[in-house]
Design a protein around this ligand. Structure first.
Ligand code: KG4
Ligand code: ZN
Length: 344
């Protein structure tokens, strides 16, 4: 089955073509980062308008890349939530109109299920059951994946998501938007041991997370360093040292909880997905941790960790192949618990 995937839930326009038999055929991404950077964060109305400008040309280019035509499409998958309502509407309306003209079915996809299944785009794929750590700008969740479509929430962040914490810590140090990858890059030059940050909630039982305390700790550390420097802006090395201490705190907190989840479920497979799963320190820490448990960690290529069309096309192809298609009027879900998804 040849499925077109459209992702427009936030600030990236992603388009891809996926075939159940031949795998990913082509994908393109347009990032709005430069446009939002001047505002220090995503401006929803600007995001919607830019998706309107970019989605159709991206579809045309993606089809051309792999020598296919619109008439060959057998289904269209689009992100139906969670995300920014206006941005979701652009992708959904385009998908619905194209599909009506082509007389093919559509399916609204859960953005986080897309992230969760992105490691299936790789050659070495995890088999179910597995534990999934979803770490993005809006979500931090541990999920017991019994089968595709059967998701049991094991724990989640009670406040900020991991990516959000990275972005806020970066902003406090005056690093450019989006802060997460910039902070991670700077952390590579950090001097270990100069700062020691707390690991939130690791001494409490359970699998929930909380990153807001770490945010306050970061703010206080920056403030103290500034005072020590005689009220001058922080020098680059201090920023790098704080970045490293912050990253280590987030990474080891995530790693401790993943270990606990693997032990609790007696599962030997862990997948990590979502923007923060592109983080090198996190990948390395989870590799070490799973090795100790005789388990294995799986993740997607960095370009498929952050938002992209390939994960939506893949998820759409899997579900549509199983006969699932949109029924009734357009339904978008800015908030949407993954446990409500139907089994495959
Ligand atoms: O999955 P994603 O692209 O969008 C959402 O669905 O939210 O995730 C974006 C988040 C941002 O918070 C970004 O700062 C973070 O992922 N991120 C990273 C890295 N790359 C992206 N955080 C830490 N280290 C990275 N290398
Ligand atoms: Zn995402």
């Amino acid at each position: 089955m040849l499925v077109l995937g459209i992702e427009t839930s936030c600030d990236e326009t992603g388009v891809a073509l996926y075939c159940n038999q031949r795998g990913l055929l082509a994908h393109r991404l347009y990032s709005q980062i430069d446009m939002h950077a001047q505002y220090g964060g995503v401006v929803p109305e600007l995001a919607s308008r830019d998706h309107i400008r970019k989605t159709l040309p991206l579809i045309q280019q993606t089809l051309k890349d792999c020598g296919h035509t619109l008439q060959q499409l057998e289904g269209i998958a689009y992100t139906a939530g969670p995300g920014l309502m206006g941005a979701l509407m652009v992708g959904a309306c385009l998908a619905k109109s194209l599909a009506a003209a082509l007389e093919i079915p559509t399916l609204g996809i859960h953005h986080m299920e897309g992230h969760l299944l992105a490691p299936l785009l790789e050659d070495e794929q995890p088999e179910c059951p597995f534990v999934a750590l979803l770490v993005s700008g809006g979500h931090t969740q541990l999920i017991n994946v019994k089968a595709i479509g059967q998701y049991e929430l094991l724990g989640e962040s009670l406040d900020d998501a991991a990516g959000e914490a990275f972005d806020k810590a970066a902003k406090m140090m005056g690093l450019p938007y989006p802060g997460g990858p910039t902070l991670a890059k700077l952390a590579e030059q950090g001097q270990p041991g100069r700062y020691q940050f707390p690991r939130p909630m690791v001494d409490r039982p359970g699998l929930d997370f909380s990153f807001s305390g770490l945010k306050t700790y970061t703010r206080n550390t920056i403030e103290a360093a500034r005072i020590q420097a005689g009220d001058l802006p922080l020098d680059l090395q201090t920023k790098a040292d704080i970045s490293l201490a912050f990253e280590q705190a987030v990474v080891s907190t995530l790693s401790i909880k993943c270990k606990r989840a693997l032990e609790q479920t007696q599962c030997k497979r862990l997948i990590i997905a979502g923007g923060v799963s592109a983080n090198r320190a996190l990948r390395e820490a989870l590799k070490q941790m799973t090795k100790q448990l005789n388990a294995k960690v799986y993740y997607a290529k960095p370009e498929f960790c952050t938002d992209n069309g390939a994960m939506i096309a893949l998820t759409g192809a899997l579900r549509m192949q199983a006969g699932q298609i949109d029924q009734g009027p357009l339904s978008l879900r800015p908030r949407w618990p993954m446990e409500q998804l139907p089994a495959l």
